[in-house]
Design a binder for this molecule. Structure first.
Ligand SMILES: [Zn+2]
Length: 318
């Protein structure tokens, strides 16, 4: 198979105009331009096309883009501290349940290392990798964590050494997701677990909000993976799929999608502003809880956690 720049990066099929899904501006951060998402007619991968260069990808993250959280204890309001502590404990419990026991954990794209800090408090040996040096330095200074500045390609990690490797909201941003999954496999112990947190294009909200769904997050999300495809990619790189859980995102992403929709569908700015105030309120958040329990229950929430185990490939082939 001859691979050219215009082929699907996952299956190599020639890119066709019929793959076009939709185009959209950057609804969230207003990066100038119109970005086109395509869906491969063969493997069903969603991808931004034309493929952006590394220099272009850099411009997708304006200075106001900050997924980098400070320490929970440094939140000024008690409500924020309690809210974040609750979310953190829930995430740590989920990971403990998946891994079965404590051990060594690697978080790729760990930002300031808040989650790693929570895991370490619960007995884990924690290592992080983070591209943004400011966030990585915060995690090293504030928590004393071992966070390496760089990417999986540029940092040195020992082979077969981690019990748990994870990427939270990261794989959809990297220019070569398959390579990242292969590299993660190399550093994981046989029998170790992989946890991926990803936007789910098969979710009810993706279908409901269509191009306004927050999970597309153009232009920052270079790839979006339907569940059957992510299972396939994992299998190709030494991972055995174990389970999919609808998890996290919830109200944040729902509100984001709703706001994109209101901003673009309601002509009257005052009315749109009023609706955003009502629909963004804590009261509305509480009212939406049954909705999220329902979509999580049928595994059609906006955000999914994919769990896989590293299998011994030599044994697999026998
Ligand atoms: Zn494809």
């Amino acid at each position: 198979m001859q691979i050219t720049e215009a082929n699907c990066k996952q299956c190599g099929t020639a890119q066709r105009p019929e793959n076009f899904a939709f185009s959209t501006p950057d609804f969230w951060y207003g990066v100038p331009g119109e970005f086109s998402l395509y869906q491969c007619h063969n493997c069903e991968l969603y991808f931004q096309f034309p493929y952006p260069t590394l220099e272009e990808i850099d411009t997708f993250y304006p200075p106001s883009y900050s997924p980098y959280e400070r320490a929970i204890e440094d939140e000024p309001s008690l409500f924020s501290r309690l809210n974040r502590r609750y979310a953190q404990n829930k995430r740590v419990r989920l990971l403990q349940g998946i891994a079965g026991q404590t051990g060594s954990v690697l978080d790729v794209g760990c930002a300031t290392g808040v989650l790693l800090d929570g895991l370490r408090t619960n007995g884990w040996t924690a290592t992080g990798v983070e591209l943004n040096d400011e966030a990585a330095a915060y995690g090293r200074d504030r928590f004393g964590l071992d966070i390496k500045t760089g990417t999986l390609e540029t940092v040195d990690l020992p082979a077969n050494s981690f019990d748990l490797v994870m990427m939270w909201n990261v794989l959809e941003h990297v220019p070569d997701p398959a390579e990242a999954l292969a590299q993660l496999n190399t550093v994981t112990k046989t029998g170790g677990r992989l946890v991926l947190n990803l936007p789910d294009p098969d979710s009810i909200e993706a279908n409901l909000f269509k191009r306004f769904w927050g999970g597309w997050d153009q232009p920052r999300h270079l790839f979006i993976f339907p569940t059957p495809l992510i299972k396939q990619i994992l299998a190709q790189h030494g991972w055995q799929f174990e389970q999919k859980i609808s998890y996290g995102g919830r109200f944040f992403l729902f509100r984001l999608s709703l706001f994109h929709w209101l901003d673009n569908k309601i002509g009257n700015k005052n009315l749109a502003g009023l609706l955003k105030k009502i629909l963004g309120s804590v009261v509305f958040k509480v009212l939406t809880l049954p909705w999220f329990m329902f979509t999580d229950g049928i595994k059609r929430g906006s955000v999914m956690v994919i769990v896989a185990q590293k299998v011994d490939q030599k044994e697999e082939k026998v």
